[in-house]
Design a protein around this ligand. Structure first.
Ligand SMILES: *Cc1c(COP(=O)(O)O)cnc(C)c1O
Length: 409
C-alpha cells in the first residue's frame, strides 16, 4: 500500500457539502424568516470570500500555531491500553489548547471573520459558560466588543467561568426571564442581535443553527482531523482503525471526522450522552432516539414531543445536553458513513477516573464519554488495532462536581 502523507491533496476544508442552500441531504438549510435569511446569506457570502483570502488564512494559521498552541499532539495512552486490554488507544489532545478545549478553534475563526466583515460587536449566549469564555477570549485577542447572555441560574452555578468572562472584558448580560437558563439566554441574545444584524455578529457555538454556521464552524474545526490524520500516518505508518468523539452539537466530532470521511477503512463513531439510560427521559441521545424536525433555524434529528417542541434533555456533561444536533451528522448517520452510539453518566465517570489515574490526564466530562466508548470497544478489538479518541477538553471545570458526586474529599 502506498502511504499518502500529502495533506495538501487531502485538504477537506471546503468539501462540496453542503449544497449552496446549506442542505446536507434533507438536513440543515435555513428555517428562518426572510429578513433573517438575507442576513445569513450576507454572512455566507462574506465567509466564502474572506475565508479564501491569503490574509485571512495566514492570520488564522498564525493564531492557531502561536496562540492556541497547534498542532495539538497525539498521545498513545499506554497504561490505559494495558489496563483495558485490546486495541491501542490514542488521544488527540485538544485539552492542551489555550483555554482548554476545542471551542477556541471556531471562536477565533468567528471573531476574526466578524472583524474582517467590519462588525462592531460579537454576541452569543452561553449555558455552562464554556462557549462564553472561549468567545470572550477570542474577542479580547482580536479586539472586538463581546456581549454574552447567560441565565441567572447558570450565573449562580458557573462562578469561575462568569469571573473569567468579566476579566476578559466581555459584557455579561444576566437573563432573568422564564427558566433563567440557556433556553432563555438564546432568546435574549437573539433579540439583541435582531436590533442591528448589519453591525452585530451572532457567534454560534457548535455546528448547528441556520446555514452557513454548520459549514463555517465545521471548516474552522476541521484542523483537528487534518492534523490528526497526518500525525497518525507519520508516527504509525498507517491510519487508525477507528476514530471517535463525543457529540453534543457535534463540532469537535465533525472537526475530527472530516479529514477521514474518504478513508473507507477507518470506522467512525460518534458518542452521545445516554445519561441515566436510554430507557429513561434523562438523556440527550438525539441521533440515537430523535426524529427529523426543525429547531433553532435548521433541520436535524430532534428530541421532540408530538407537537414538535423540544423535549427537556439531560447529561452529566452540560456541553452535551442539546435537543438537536449538527445537520451533517444527521446526513452521515443516514448514509451510514458514521455510526452513533452512546455512553451513560456512570460510564463517563468511570472513564474520567480511569484516564486520570492511568495517564495523569483529567478529561472534560464531555470528552470522557468518548473515552468511555473507546474503553468499551477496545476490548472487542486486537492489540494490532488502534482507536483514536478526540479528547475535546480538559476537566478542570468539572473537578468540584466530580468530587461532590463521588465523595472523594
Ligand atoms: C462544548 C464542548 C463539547 C460539546 O460540543 P460539540 O459541539 O459537540 O463538540 C464537547 N467537549 C467539550 C470539552 C466542550 O467544551
Amino acid at each position: 500500500m502506498e502511504l499518502d502523507t500529502n495533506t495538501e491533496e487531502q485538504s477537506v476544508e471546503f468539501l462540496p457539502m453542503p449544497d449552496s442552500q446549506g442542505n446536507f441531504g434533507e438536513y440543515g438549510g435555513q428555517v428562518i424568516p426572510p429578513e433573517l435569511k438575507a442576513v445569513m446569506d450576507d454572512i455566507n457570502e462574506a465567509y466564502l470570500e474572506i475565508s479564501q483570502t491569503e490574509a485571512f488564512q495566514n492570520e488564522l494559521a498564525d493564531l492557531f500555531k502561536h496562540y492556541v498552541g497547534r498542532p495539538s499532539p497525539i498521545f498513545f495512552a499506554k497504561r490505559l491500553t494495558e489496563n483495558i486490554g485490546g486495541a491501542k488507544i490514542y488521544l488527540k489532545r485538544e485539552d492542551l489548547n489555550h483555554t482548554g478545549a476545542h471551542k477556541i478553534n471556531h471562536c477565533l475563526g468567528e471573531a476574526l471573520l466578524a472583524k474582517h466583515m467590519g462588525k462592531t460587536k460579537v454576541l452569543a449566549e452561553t449555558g455552562a459558560g464554556q462557549h462564553g469564555v472561549a468567545l470572550a477570549t477570542a474577542c479580547a485577542l482580536v479586539g472586538i466588543d463581546c456581549e454574552i447572555h447567560m441565565g441567572e441560574i447558570d450565573i449562580e452555578k458557573e462562578k469561575p467561568n462568569v469571573i473569567k468572562m468579566k476579566i476578559l472584558g466581555c459584557k455579561l448580560v444576566p437573563v432573568s426571564r422564564g427558566t433563567r437558563t440557556l433556553k432563555d439566554a438564546v432568546d435574549s441574545a437573539f433579540e439583541e442581535y435582531l436590533k442591528n444584524p448589519k453591525d452585530f455578529f451572532y457567534a454560534i457555538g457548535s455546528v448547528v443553527g441556520p446555514h452557513p454556521f454548520p459549514m463555517m464552524v465545521r471548516d474552522f474545526q476541521s484542523i483537528i482531523g487534518t492534523e490528526a490524520r497526518q500525525q497518525f500516518l507519520e508516527s504509525q505508518g498507517k491510519l487508525p482503525d477507528m476514530i471517535t468523539a463525543c457529540v453534543g452539537g457535534g463540532s469537535n466530532a465533525i472537526g475530527l471526522f472530516t479529514a477521514f470521511l474518504g478513508d473507507e477503512e477507518v470506522k467512525i463513531m460518534g458518542v452521545e450522552p445516554s445519561g441515566l439510560g436510554l430507557e429513561t427521559d434523562k438523556h440527550a441521545a438525539t441521533l440515537t432516539l430523535g426524529t427529523p424536525g426543525a429547531i433553532h433555524g435548521f433541520k436535524c434529528y430532534n428530541l421532540q414531543d408530538d407537537e414538535g417542541n423540544p423535549l427537556p434533555v439531560y447529561s452529566i456533561a452540560s456541553g452535551l445536553d442539546y435537543p438537536g444536533v449538527g445537520p451533517q451528522h444527521c446526513y452521515l448517520k443516514d448514509i451510514g458513513r458514521v455510526e452513533y452510539t452512546s455512553a451513560t453518566d456512570a460510564e463517563c465517570l468511570d472513564a474520567f477516573m480511569t484516564l486520570s489515574r492511568t495517564e495523569g490526564i483529567i478529561p472534560a466530562l464531555e470528552s470522557a464519554h468518548a473515552v468511555a466508548f473507546a474503553m468499551r470497544q477496545a476490548k472487542e478489538m486486537s492489540p494490532e488495532q488502534s482507536i483514536l479518541v478526540n479528547l475535546s477538553g480538559r476537566g478542570d471545570k468539572d473537578m468540584d462536581f466530580v468530587i461532590e458526586k463521588l465523595g472523594l474529599e
